[in-house]
Design a protein around this ligand. Structure first.
Ligand code: C5P
Length: 396
């Protein structure tokens, strides 16, 4: 999992968004992190320590004079044991105290004594956020290397609307995962296709391929976490766009072709993950085909463009990665496809291993030969693919 083995101190300060910190804690532990919660006194007015204790399976610390640490040095012990401190929500008052270097409660003492990165997710009324004092404090914190996540704009608990909402727990989890990902694709522009295409026959019917889009979306996310600027041309799927990824929605292979060709000349990497329909109906009926009009209709098909092969044939072609989903003889067909499309890297998988599910088994084929990866989640495989890709780009 993304945060396997990571030790996180989750600081919770006094703001109404503290109720979302319980959900964030669930997401962090669900991603494999070991989380130690430390609360300020005012945070306990919003949510009790019992909630966080039950969710983290760890005692929650609030009081600097807590005698549970044998050496009475909770502020030192807790920060030494952490890979990162994430404070969410971070109130205006907490941020002001950290900016000043105060250590007047356990959480601020822990932050001052840290030797690990500090990430804060501010949450406050929009005018508190805009106040020159808060602006000054945030500038000080940025100068001190504190990473600020958010805030977002939108409706606030006070009834006002503006900037100051804490980022949603899902976005904070994503930011933390990205934070821990080595930036092996920093400065690279990556273009992907994902999902199926839909080729209309008439206004209600069409032809499509089976593709959940999960593998392509996982690769887009892994590339973004690794520091790339990512654009994802996506056929119709029921997936949210990964944070930080530019998503271009298309329906047909011709739409996908147009959107890809408009961008392919300006990217470093093109990854064709989409299950593009090889054919489309020669004509799209303007009206619904009626059953009453005799026997089954004969639909004439014409070839769709091969997007990957066209991108690979560009004079200034980006580094091209293709996919080969086969039902048999994967090694033979995938390598043959790699050579036919003239691309440096192809990802092969057996259809029965990967379709629709969370896990997959893939083999990478490049000029050096075949590199089988162990069965893993699509997210994990996407990470490994991105690392392999980064190594090949380095060698170019
Ligand atoms: O040609 P075939 O479908 O076997 O190859 C699969 C690879 O080619 C995938 O990477 C897929 O995204 C890409 N492809 C494409 N345009 C097509 C057909 C396939 O980009 N029309």
């Amino acid at each position: 999992m993304e945060l396997d083995g990571k030790r996180i101190v989750l600081g919770v300060t006094g703001g109404v968004a503290a109720y979302k910190a319980a959900h964030l804690l669930r997401l962090l532990t669900g991603a494999g992190a070991r989380v130690q919660v430390v609360m300020t006194e005012s945070a306990t007015r919003f949510v009790t320590p019992v909630t966080f204790q039950a969710l983290s399976g760890q005692p929650v610390f609030v009081d600097p004079w807590d005698a549970r640490m044998a050496n009475n040095m909770a502020h030192i012990d807790l920060s030494r044991a952490a890979d990162a401190i994430l404070v969410a929500p971070a109130s205006a008052n907490f941020l002001a105290r950290v900016a000043q270097g105060l250590a007047d409660d356990l959480l601020t003492a822990l932050v001052l004594a840290r030797d690990c990165p500090l990430l804060v997710a501010p949450a406050m009324n929009r005018q508190m956020w805009e106040n020159p004092a808060t602006r000054r404090n945030m500038a000080t914190l940025a100068g001190d290397g504190v990473l600020c996540l958010g805030p977002a704009a939108g409706a606030q608990a006070c009834g006002e609307t503006g900037e100051g909402r804490m980022l949603e727990p899902e976005a904070l989890l994503e930011a933390l995962c990205a934070f821990f990902t080595p930036k092996v694709l920093a400065g690279r522009r990556v273009l992907l296709t994902a999902g199926p295409t839909f080729e209309p026959i008439d206004p209600v019917r069409g032809m499509t391929n089976r593709s959940s889009g999960r593998m392509g979306y996982a690769i887009a996310q892994a590339a973004a976490r690794a520091g790339a600027a990512v654009a994802l041309v996506s056929g119709p799927v029921a997936l949210p766009a990964p944070p930080g990824v530019e998503r271009i929605d298309v329906e047909t292979a011709l739409d996908m072709h147009r959107e890809v060709m408009a961008r392919a000349g300006a990217v470093d990497v093109f990854i064709g993950v989409a299950a593009v329909a090889d054919y489309r109906p020669a004509q799209v009926a303007a009206q619904k085909l009626k059953k009453e009009l005799g026997g089954p209709p004969v639909i004439e098909l014409v070839h769709n463009p091969d997007i990957l092969a066209e991108v690979a044939a560009l004079p200034n072609a980006p580094f091209c990665v293709g996919f080969a989903a086969e039902s048999e003889q994967l090694e033979v067909y995938a390598e043959r496809k790699r050579q036919r499309k003239n691309i440096p890297l192809i990802v092969g998988n057996l259809i029965q291993d990967g379709f629709g599910g969370e896990a997959n088994r893939i083999i990478l084929f490049d000029a050096q030969g075949a590199h089988p990866l162990p069965v893993a989640s699509k997210a994990q495989l996407a990470r490994q693919l991105v690392e392999h890709l980064a190594r090949l780009l380095e060698k170019r």
